[in-house]
Structures are given as C-alpha cells and as structure tokens.
Design a protein around this ligand. Structure first.
Ligand SMILES: Nc1ncnc2c1ncn2[C@@H]1O[C@H](COP(=O)(O)OP(=O)(O)OP(=O)(O)O)[C@@H](O)[C@H]1O
Ligand SMILES: O=P(O)(O)OC[C@H]1O[C@](O)(CO)[C@@H](O)[C@@H]1O
Ligand SMILES: [Mg+2]
Length: 327
C-alpha cells in the first residue's frame, strides 16, 4: 500500500498545446475537492529547478478552460537532462512536501518525469498533451484536435486561392517525427498527396501522379507535407517538384506555430478535463508512474516507461485511402 498523497505539483512541459489550461484546471480542482494541496510549477522543469512553485486554489484556474497556451508557461529545459539539475528540482519539491507530480506534456516530458521518479521516488502521472499525437497508449492527445482543425481551416483557404489561379500548393504542417497532423488534415481537405515521416512515399511517385494530372489538365493540386519528412519539408519538396514539373505554377505555405495556438476545441477541453481528473484520482489510489490515456472511450493507464518506449502504430489503410480518394 503506497503512502497517501497530500501535496501535488502540476506542470506543463515541452511544446504547448491547446487544452493544457483545461487540464491544469481539472487537476487543481480535483485535488482541492479531495483536500490535497496543489502547487503550480512555472516554465516546465526550468521552474522546478529555479524554484518557481506557487500554491494554487480554485480561483487560480478560473476563466481558463477556453484559452490556448498554458497559464503555467512551458519550456524545454536543458538543465533537467543532467542529474544535478534533477536533484535541484527534487530539493525544491521536497522542501514543500510535494509527494506527487502531474506532468502535462509529450514523450520528452514523460522521460524527465520517469527519471525523477526513479532517482528520487517522486510518484508521477503523465497527461498526454502534444499537437503531434505521437504517444502510445492513447487514442487522443490534448491539443491534436485543435491543431488539426486549425490546419484544416487554413488549407481550405489555400485551396480557394489555388483553385482560382490553377496552382500547385505545397503546404507544410507541424510534426518533426510524426505525420498525424499532415495525414488527418490532408485527408480532410482532399489533398492530392500527403508526405509523412512514417511512410516515406518517394517523391518520384508524387511527380508521376502530378505529371499525369497535368496531362489531363488538372492543375489545382495540394501536397500536404509534415515538417519532418525526409525531403526537407515544403521548401525541399517544392524545389524538387519545380525542377521536374516546370510548367506548374507552384507556391509554398508553411503553417508553423499558428497550429499551436488558439482556443481549444470542445473535444480537447473534454479530454483534458477527463484526463486531469483521472490523474489526481490515480495518484490518490496509489497508481503512479503511468500515463493516462483514453482508449476505446475508456480511461487507460500505460506505464510511463512503456509510453516513452513504444511508438503509436499508424494504421496501414490511411495511405491507401489517400491514394484512392485523391484521384
Ligand atoms: N532524457 C531526458 N532526461 C531528462 N529530461 C528530459 C529528457 N527528455 C526530455 N526531458 C525534459 O522534458 C522537456 C520536454 O521534452 P521535449 O522537448 O522532448 O518535449 P515533449 O514533452 O516531447 O513535447 P512536444 O514534443 O510535444 O513538444 C525537455 O526539455 C527536458 O527538460
Ligand atoms: O516550438 P518549437 O520549439 O520550435 O518546436 C516545434 C515542434 O514542437 C511541436 O509543435 C510539438 O510540440 C512539433 O510539431 C514541432 O516540430
Ligand atoms: Mg515530443
């Protein structure tokens, strides 16, 4: 039977994602409901190292469920990669008696949490919050739905102007190692080609399909590419396509950080609220070093070391669907 948790810390870490605020709110209010003190750690692990830790109350999280970004701010902390940095962070938790931690972030943030737990025995629970949706053990990550809907609405606009001018547009979306935003937004906007890191469709295939379309006078085309695709993102793809298809009027748009901001969708607010609630319940029940996920509409607990190690497998039929539908 593990010790009862009495004080928990909550932080956001890594890239921000819409819905992080809803998750913080759920953690704070569930903890307070159970009579547990809750402390907000600012600026990810940097704030833990530099002792930027404040007690929160129910009012601290008022009027934030609809806001993008994170009221706790976030960071990528170099110092936390070192044992010395983590020791400093632990001391700041220890002096306040913090005996549980909710880490809202992606795979890197969970790796940091796992180390803290292994080295100093701080029970941690991870909430998957990343626009990349690249975590094993969950069908949803907080922020993906908002980001992909932002990408869809931008690409729809690009399609209007592409259509007006008979142009080929190469649109780059985020995802350094993961192609979910590209895949989902590409399918939802009827993109003619989608390039993602998980399926290295060769550019020869794209060139062949565009050249066949050019022959039958279909000049309006969208290629959605994930920034992490080996071709070097949209600029790399455009360079190659222009050299093979010089008669196509080609333009490049990089959506960039616009995908990380904005008010979270209803879905992101709901999953953040549900996961945040379960994170605290989980710590109370003595279940820690897990990532909370939602799988087949049921709350799922994945050991953090598994969530970090395993890759989410992309279903094979997606790329086939792209090819069949985008003719
Ligand atoms: N191996 C590690 N050891 C200790 N800390 C780590 C490790 N990996 C990551 N971290 C900590 O977690 C922080 C966030 O990691 P990272 O930049 O990979 O983002 P993430 O949580 O994966 O989110 P996203 O990829 O969505 O932006 C790092 O800056 C670092 O402080
Ligand atoms: O904001 P930064 O540090 O440039 O990070 C960008 C990366 O973060 C992500 O948005 C994930 O949070 C990736 O899709 C992207 O590659
Ligand atoms: Mg990551």
């Amino acid at each position: 039977m593990s010790k009862k948790v009495t004080k928990i810390g909550v932080l956001t870490s890594g890239g921000d994602s819409p819905g992080m605020n809803a998750a913080i709110r759920a953690v704070v209010r569930t903890a307070i409901y159970h009579g547990i003190d809750v402390f907000g750690v600012s600026r990810g692990y940097n704030g833990m190292i530099e002792d930027e830790i404040e007690q929160m109350n129910s009012r601290s999280v008022a009027n934030i469920i609809q806001r993008g970004g994170t009221i706790l701010k976030t960071a990528r902390s170099k110092e936390f990669f070192t044992e010395e940095g983590r020791k400093k962070a632990y001391e700041n938790l220890r002096k306040r008696g913090i005996d549980g931690l909710v880490v809202i972030g992606g795979n890197g943030s969970f790796t940091g949490a796992y180390k803290l737990s292994q080295e100093f025995g701080i029970p941690c629970v991870g909430l998957p919050a990343t626009i990349d949706k690249d975590l094993y053990g969950t069908d949803f990550t907080i922020g993906f739905d908002t980001a992909v809907n932002t990408a869809v609405s931008c690409i729809d606009r690009i399609r209007d102007t592409a259509d007006a001018h008979d142009r080929l547009f190469i649109v780059e979306v985020m995802g350094r190692h993961a192609g979910y935003i590209a895949l989902h937004s590409g399918i939802a906007t009827g993109a003619e080609n989608i390039l993602i890191p998980e399926d290295e469709t060769s550019l020869d295939e794209v060139i062949a399909s565009l050249s066949e379309k050019e022959k039958r006078k279909k000049l309006v085309n969208l290629v959605v590419v994930a920034e992490g695709h080996s071709s070097g993102g949209a600029n790399g793809v455009a360079e190659i396509l222009k050299s093979h298809l010089p008669n196509l009027d080609t333009r490049v748009t990089i959506l960039g950080h616009i995908q990380r901001g904005g008010s979270p969708t209803c879905l992101d607010r709901l999953i953040a609220s549900r996961m945040g609630y379960h994170a605290v319940e989980s710590l109370i029940e003595g279940r820690h070093d897990v990532m909370i996920g939602i799988f087949q509409n049921t709350i799922n607990f994945t050991p953090i070391e598994v969530a970090i190690r395993e890759k989410q497998r992309m279903s094979d039929d997606w790329m086939r669907i792209v090819k069949i539908l985008a003719s």
